[in-house]
Ligand binder design. Structure first.
Ligand code: AKG
Ligand code: FE2
Length: 280
């Protein structure tokens, strides 16, 4: 009998999952407008400090500094983070409850184009340590500071390339050649065997295990507006600067949100308040 794989199994085995049309219509439009409203302000700030240079992502779209004038663009961003359409897939993969971690916005560069490096996010140590961490990911043991990255394309985009099933094993000789050989000097070459480009329409989401072989593409003439929501398992929070978001305790920050979202973010603040009260 044919049995569909669970989201948990498919993610574990193949390393990624696509969720078509998580957002659409007016809701999608509102989310895109909200993120671009933040991006415009960020870009002005960035250009004042680093004129004529590129950036390809920004963090913390939900920082209250971007929303001093109005809450109209903060609410759709916060509601998306706590939306069951995002949390459901993430929690199926975790096989348990999630905790918010942070937001990022990936955008195309404005000046220079480049093809990203083929990599695994757990690379950089010796081969033995890499293999050990791959084995952990394969077993679904996410407690090692592991976060899930839930990327929602707000415009059509296929900038991510991924090698399905590569998260369960070490590289083949052909893969190792591209990723690592000769001091990583081939890591931007074409020809990665079995790589797929993850084609997303606006409103589609992908979640991929970054320990699998992947790369992004950063071309100035290929528009990208991808909102990335990062989550950890509830019981494995990561106490670092990404979670340091003191604005969650500002008076009125959660006003106007659905009761479900309020509870989700209270849990975030309760977990991490120590980070910002220590410094404040
Ligand atoms: O979204 C991208 O451009 C790729 C980013 C990446 O390599 C990662 O999130 O690990
Ligand atoms: Fe990566």
């Amino acid at each position: 009998m044919y049995q569909l794989k669970s989201a948990y199994e498919q993610f574990r085995e193949e390393g990624y999952l696509i969720f078509p049309r998580i957002f659409r219509g007016q809701e999608l439009e509102k989310l895109r407008t909200a993120c671009n409203y933040v991006l415009d302000q960020f870009t002005k700030d960035y250009d004042r400090q680093h004129a004529n240079t590129d950036f390809t992502n920004m963090r913390h779209l939900n920082d209250s500094r971007w929303h001093r004038e109005a809450r109209e663009h903060l609410v759709p961003i916060l509601e998306a983070i706590a939306d069951p359409r995002c949390l459901g897939p993430v929690e199926q993969i975790f096989d348990g409850p999630s905790l918010f971690r942070c937001t990022s916005y990936f955008v195309n560069p404005r000046y220079e184009s480049m093809n990203g490096d083929w990599h695994r996010d757990n690379q950089g140590q010796d081969e033995q340590e890499e293999r050990r961490r791959l084995e952990k990911a394969w077993k679904g043991e996410y407690e090692q500071g592991f976060g899930l990255q839930f990327q929602i394309a707000l415009v059509d985009n296929d900038d991510i390339e991924y090698v399905p099933y590569s998260v369960n094993r070490y590289d083949s000789p052909e893969e190792a050649y591209i990723r690592l050989a000769d001091n990583k000097s081939h890591c931007r070459e074409e020809g990665m065997p079995n790589a797929i480009r993850i084609a997303l329409k606006a409103g589609d989401a992908v979640v991929f295990n970054p320990y699998g072989l992947h790369r992004g593409r950063y071309h100035r003439d290929i528009p990208r507006r991808t909102l990335m929501l990062t989550y950890t398992p509830l019981h494995h929070p990561i106490h670092d600067h990404f979670a340091n978001q003191p604005w969650f305790d500002e008076v009125g920050y959660l006003d106007g949100l659905s009761p479900r979202a309020v509870v989700y973010f209270q849990q975030f603040a309760d977990n991490y308040r120590g980070l910002w009260t220590k410094q404040g």
